[in-house]
Design a protein around this ligand. Structure first.
Ligand SMILES: [Zn+2]
Ligand SMILES: [Zn+2]
Length: 135
């Protein structure tokens, strides 16, 4: 099994990943735009057992649009969000694709919250496109 390591900007928060993600998802929601400072977020969803970390982190939780909470884990030193847990998808852990830094990652399969996608953002890969969250 291939192994990858996701890390924050300063390197203090590191997360080890085994194998490939089950799905990679782009999210255009305004909350992801604010959280990342970019105009969309990209998350790789791994089975829980494939994700391990012994680094310190802090957690920002917020209610999702579905009413299920989201828990974003970020570096207490540099602030990068590296991974997160969604009550909506308890069997998975989301990992920020940008934190993995591997151009060999599988491309996204879905694009959600296209209702708030910046109109100039387009992708060349095949995508399932959804105006809101997929439940
Ligand atoms: Zn850091
Ligand atoms: Zn989002």
């Amino acid at each position: 099994m291939s192994g990858r390591r996701a890390r924050c900007a300063c390197g203090e928060l590191q997360v080890d990943l085994v194998g490939e993600p089950d799905v990679v998802v782009i999210c255009h929601c305004l909350e992801c735009q604010r959280r990342t400072g970019s105009v969309f977020g990209v998350g790789a969803y791994f089975p829980r057992s494939a994700v391990t970390s012994s680094s310190p982190y802090r957690t920002y939780s917020r209610p999702g649009s579905s009413g299920h909470a989201l828990h974003f884990h970020f570096c207490e030193r540099c602030g990068s969000t590296v991974f997160w847990e969604l009550e909506l998808r308890p069997q998975h852990i989301g990992v920020a694709v940008g934190a993995i830094g591997d151009l060999g990652m599988s491309p996204p399969a879905r694009s959600v919250w296209e209702a708030t996608r910046h109109p100039w953002v387009e992708f060349s890969c095949e995508l399932g496109r959804h105006p809101r969250q997929v439940t």
